[in-house]
Design a protein around this ligand. Structure first.
Ligand code: ADP
Ligand code: MG
Length: 219
């Protein structure tokens, strides 16, 4: 399949829609082990990113679209998720290398670069009860599937499954990063809100990849 800035406009709109639908739930999760604003932060960031990307000329390169998304997300969000996702989108832009059209391989690399950017910006390792516990296994699983020759939709399906499992696993963890790290054992039994929103985003990307791939392979 191929991917242009016009496709990314649909992707960002889809992510914003799915995050908006879970806004209150994400706030509840953050209310249990943080300050209760995660749904508001992610909703504001994703809406701003979708709006900004939607407003650019569809003829510009995907790299520009990701950079515009990064800036919009950062400006809209005061919480720690702001710089984490802004870095993810900046890295996505760099991975897209100013190409006008992205291939399957490019899109997989963009996805992996987002996960790596989040990990490097927040300096969190897996097991520290953060969004990295969803993003890192998702990227690893998607890349593994790609390297073993699976078609793109199956790679993102594997990524989504891994993100869900990683998010579930945060329930039994204590937190080593972010606000929840001040609460010690009291966070056990609660999943990490950032991991939960990461699952929504990974799932939105998987859904988008599936549709995109089908539209290129059924004609
Ligand atoms: P804040 O904690 O500033 O209110 P949010 O509520 O938007 O920010 O986001 C909280 C989420 O951010 C956490 O659930 C966690 O997943 C993620 N997070 C916090 N610190 C880090 C970090 N250093 N690295 C990766 N993710 C982090
Ligand atoms: Mg919060």
């Amino acid at each position: 399949m191929t991917l242009t800035t016009e496709d990314l406009q649909r992707l960002f709109a889809g992510i914003a829609e799915d995050i908006a639908a879970e806004r209150d739930h994400l706030c509840e999760l953050d209310g249990a082990i943080g300050d209760g604003d995660h749904g508001l932060a992610m909703d504001a960031g994703c809406q701003a990113a979708a709006k900004a990307v939607g407003a650019i000329d569809a003829g510009v390169a995907p790299t520009t679209a990701f950079n515009v998304a990064a800036k919009a997300f950062l400006n809209a969000v005061g919480a720690s998720s702001g710089p984490l996702y802004a870095t993810a989108f900046m890295r996505a832009g760099a991975a897209a290398k100013d190409k006008q059209v992205l291939s399957d391989d490019d899109f997989l690399r963009v996805f992996a670069a987002m996960a790596q950017g989040i990990q490097e910006r927040g300096k969190a390792e897996p097991g520290e009860k953060t969004m990295v516990d969803a993003w890192k296994p998702a990227a690893d699983a998607a890349l593994d599937a790609w390297q073993s020759g699976k078609p793109l939709p199956q790679c993102f399906e594997a990524g989504e499954r891994a993100a869900r499992a990683g998010c579930e696993a945060t329930s039994n963890m204590t937190a080593a990063k972010g606000r929840a790290s001040r609460l010690g054992d009291r966070v056990i039994g609660h999943i990490d809100p950032g991991a939960a929103s990461a699952v929504i985003i990974v799932a939105a990307i998987a859904k988008f990849a599936q549709r995109q791939w089908l539209s290129h392979h059924t004609s």
